[in-house]
Design a protein around this ligand. Structure first.
Ligand code: ARG
Ligand code: ZN
Length: 884
């Protein structure tokens, strides 16, 4: 049954302290918990509900405030259902304070859902957000209940568990329990952890096993010495340095930018191989998917390094935005996620380039969030209802949520934003709060009214803003009319910051206003700019100042002008994207009309040539991004009915035409960007590699012998994973049917052997093959799944094949429905093991309404098949919401 945001009620009892005693080891995993309770004075006489799932219950007892213990009896005192246990108020002590104890048994080794306590490669670990703690013990598993924790971990044989971690401080590190005199030798050990800072149960974590680590320290600005340690499987400890460096940078950055300091003496990070999501911000014990921790140049790409820095920062930043100030209920998820994503974006920008980071983030917004918002799974950043909370860790909550936080900063300025953050912490440290509390802090700290701004939390959908300008040469005024609309019915006007500059056509300099923060609050508003010397070209929505789609009728010349002259680096890039979008979509129309796509307009070739030959772009990453065509998913958004074949053909034609028209320029820039010394990881080198590999992807387009040789040469010469992967990904696209292009098989087999079993490198090996541009892709994918290294149980490995295939669009959308049937099969099979991962796969059908009747029908068939196969509630929710 769905839960609704409007139904929020504070609990009738509070858990103030949790004492856990957990027996790990070969025998049964037994969890004894004692919850120190206090009645909520606002709702006297309430029964007590404790969440609990798949727990084998041995006993329940109560201890009153005199220390008197009573065993509770089922039926008389409490009742059980699939969701937990209800203890009658009449069976609870009448006093204000009491303790509830339970003893349960769980089965971590059989836990394939990877939620709660499970094993990964023989080690124990946990994932409790959102609702995993209830799979470990009976508890008030809701974020508004914050408790301190004492945890005792017991393990045997002790040799298997030299590392035993939980949240907070570690008064008793792993200790051997001495054998009793004369008794049998008992090979046991235990450790004790105390977390003095109240937290919701979703931030609980434990890790136990035989792990390697690296250590360091960080001294906070007020002098606290924090012990840092990052753990992984022993063979990977040589891949932890970058994560440690990133962690220290993040700790420093949060002090400098937000005055936020770490609050415990220990900060641990553990990398685990089997993990549903990216990482988890458990208090003092972050648990990570290995993909976001492990890095060395031979195995990780520049992009991997950037992601690690970003995610390490993200989880660390949660310590304040999420942990100390947490969410009142799960509808408020974007309170912590939108804000923390925005903080990690700022951090990554400060560590590298803001301009490049902004482009990457907008690409994600457009290719992932815009389609989500345009489909049946569309929801406001603060959803109104859910069946399985895990389905709401979405691009909308995270990425659009971050855009909404960014808009606050645009509206109140950087200093105002800091004032708002300070007030937010002053008011709410130690509390579980709502998105409205955050908005109120921003409004009050800056003395502005943000009432209308709430609509960003209430209304789904991507707004469209259309702009039209009018220049009055006599009066020297420029009138800009902005209009907002939404595809969703009954949408009220949003409060939209539209940062606007004017460029004078004559000299390319900025007009009278460098940049003005226009605030569009009504459906339509006209803004007047005075003293504009000559007719300007507007530079609108600078740095993408709002998550909207902008419509303005620029001519091709206007766009070329903006590409060259706009002082806003984002809008320079954006102008180029619009120019290519126009050309590609024009070709799509020609193809749909039955024609063959014609020659590229000279303007596009010229602008690409100009970008390519531009000498003084200091940031080569920006140059690389300017040379990349828009993502297929972003282009598809612009089509009334998505025609994947036409889109594929048009994109291929444009890429190939650019490669042909600029062959010699591409080749000479490629050559001049060759490495000039040993591998280095600095932003200049990262940019150089990014540029060169972007060019390689054009150079490989002819798919002829010379192109194959070029890719193979780069593959052989590569001294780092970035260059090696770029080359082998290109080679994977060469059709080797009938023994053609032997370089393909040679490179792939060499890549496989070099991997030497490294799981993350093997994921790359699977991933590039499953996304290759080849006619018989699906049968190759099925072959890949027969490979001895393939398994459905590891989410990274599964996604490296199945999501890579489905995400590459063209073959997934094969008109015969074969791609859909394949994904349907996968969803059903994986759902038996891991519902969270399966339901995420099922969302790949969610764009079905955007396609032609035939494809719509085929996808709907799969969704109905999934819905009718009595799937998990996660997958059921996705299938039914998609079907509408
Ligand atoms: N809070 C984590 C993060 O964003 C994500 C946890 C996701 N968990 C889930 N079950 N969906 O850093
Ligand atoms: Zn997060």
């Amino acid at each position: 049954a769905p839960k609704y945001r409007k139904d929020y009620k504070a609990p009738g009892h509070w858990t103030r302290h949790v004492t856990l005693d957990i027996n790990l080891g070969d025998g049964a995993t037994v969890v004894t918990s004692e919850l120190d309770m206090e009645r909520n004075a606002d709702s006297p006489g309430s029964d007590l509900f404790l969440d609990g799932e798949e727990l084998k219950l041995f006993r329940v007892y109560i201890r009153d405030d005199n220390g008197e213990v009573t065993q509770l009896q089922e039926e008389d005192d409490y009742s059980l259902n699939d969701d937990g246990m209800l203890i009658k108020n009449s069976s609870l002590p009448s006093g204000n304070k009491y303790t509830v104890g339970t003893v349960v048994q769980i089965a971590p080794k059989e836990n394939t859902r990877l939620s709660g306590l499970y094993t990964s490669g023989g080690n124990f670990c946990t994932q409790c957000e959102a609702e995993g703690f209830r799979r470990i013990t009976f508890a008030q598993d809701r974020p508004d209940v914050m408790s301190t924790f004492s945890v005792r971990l017991n393990a045997w044989p002790s040799g298997d568990f030299p590392v035993m971690l939980s949240n907070g401080n570690n008064p008793v590190p792993p200790t051997l329990i001495p054998s009793p005199p004369g008794g049998e030798k008992v090979d046991k050990s235990y450790a004790v952890w105390e977390d003095p800072i109240p937290k919701p149960s979703y931030l609980f974590a434990l890790v136990a096993g035989d792990l390697g680590s690296i250590k360091s320290t960080f001294v906070t600005k007020s002098g606290r010495k924090v012990k840092l340690e990052i753990f992984s499987e022993k063979e990977n400890v040589d891949q932890l340095d970058w994560a440690m460096e990133s962690l220290k940078a993040a700790m420093k950055w949060d002090e400098e930018k937000f005055g936020l300091e770490y609050d415990l003496d220990i900060f641990n990070v553990v990398a685990v191989n089997d993990f549903n999501m990216g990482a988890m911000e458990n208090k003092g014990l972050n648990v990570f998917n290995t993909a976001y921790v492990l890095a060395k140049p031979e195995t990780a790409t520049d992009l991997d390094y950037e992601r690690i820095e970003g995610v390490i920062g993200h989880e660390y930043f949660h310590n304040w935005t999420g942990n100390r100030v947490t969410c009142r209920d799960w509808f408020q998820l974007t309170l912590k996620e939108g804000l923390t994503v925005f903080r990690d974006q700022l951090f990554s920008g400060d560590m590298g380039s803001h301009a490049a980071k902004r482009i990457e983030d907008v690409r994600t917004l457009r290719s992932r969030q815009f389609p989500e918002d345009a489909g049946p799974l569309s929801h406001p950043i603060r959803p109104e209802s859910y069946i399985a909370m895990d389905n709401f860790y979405t691009a909308t909550v995270y990425v659009k949520g971050a855009e909404v936080i960014r808009m606050y900063r645009t509206l109140v300025g950087e200093a105002g934003f800091r004032k708002g953050m300070d007030l937010y912490f002053k008011r709410h440290d130690g509390q579980a709060v709502s998105c409205d509390d955050f908005r109120a802090a921003m409004a009050d700290a800056n003395d502005v009214n943000l009432d209308q701004f709430e609509r960003w939390y209430l209304q789904p959908g991507t707004p469209e803003v259309s702009a039209a300008g009018e220049y009055d040469a006599e009066a020297k005024t420029y009138k800009l009319t902005l209009k907002q609309s939404s595809k969703k019915e009954d949408t009220l006007p949003f409060h939209i910051p539209v940062v606007t500059g004017l460029l004078l056509k004559e000299d390319g300099s900025e007009g009278c206003v460098a940049s003005r923060g226009l605030e569009l609050k009504e459906e339509e508003q006209t803004f007047t700019f005075e003293d504009v010397a000559s007719e300007p070209i507007p530079s609108l929505l600078r740095d993408l100042s709002a998550p909207v789609k902008l419509r303005y009728k620029y001519s091709d010349e206007d766009l070329a002008f903006l590409m060259k002259h706009d002082t806003d680096s984002f809008n320079r890039w954006e102008a180029g994207q619009q120019l290519s979008t126009r050309v590609i979509l024009g070709m799509v129309e020609e193809i749909k009309a039955g024609g063959e796509p014609g020659a590229l307009p000279a303007s596009l070739i010229d602008s690409f040539r100009a970008t390519l030959l531009e000498k003084d772009i200091p940031d080569k990453s920006l140059q690389a991004y300017a040379l990349r065509l828009p993502d297929p998913a972003t282009l598809a958004e612009e089509m009334d009915v998505i025609d994947p074949d036409a889109l594929y053909k048009a994109l291929k034609h444009v890429r190939r035409s650019l490669a042909d028209a600029l062959a010699s320029e591409l080749r000479s820039v490629y050559d001049s960007a060759a490495p000039s010394g040993p591998y280095k990881k600095n932003s200049a080198e990262v940019g150089r590699r990014r540029l060169r590999n972007t060019i390689l992807s054009y150079l490989h387009e002819p798919r002829d012998a010379a192109a194959a040789k070029l890719c193979f040469d780069q593959f052989e010469a590569a001294d780092c994973m970035t260059d090696k992967l770029a080359a082998v990904a290109c080679l994977a696209n060469f059709d080797d049917a009938g023994g053609a292009f032997p370089e393909r098989a040679e490179a792939l087999s060499k890549f496989y052997n070099d991997a030497d079993g490294d799981a993350l490198v093997l994921n790359k090996w699977f991933g590039i093959q499953a996304a290759a541009d080849l006619p018989d892709l699906l049968s190759r994918v099925k072959d890949l799944m027969q490979h001895e290294d393939f398994t459905l149980k590891n989410p990274n490995r599964l996604r490296s094949v199945v999501s890579s295939f489905a995400g590459s669009q063209h073959k997934f959308h094969a008109k015969d429905g074969s791609g859909y049937e394949f994904l349907g099969d996968m969803v059903l099979e994986v759902d038996q093991l891991n519902p969270q991962v399966a339901s995420r796969l099922a969302t790949m059908f969610s764009s079905y309404r955007r396609f032609d009747e035939k494809r719509q029908g085929l996808m709907r068939e799969q969704l109905a098949r999934i819905r009718d196969s009595s799937p998990s509630k996660d997958t059921y929710e996705v299938a039914t919401r998609c079907l509408g």
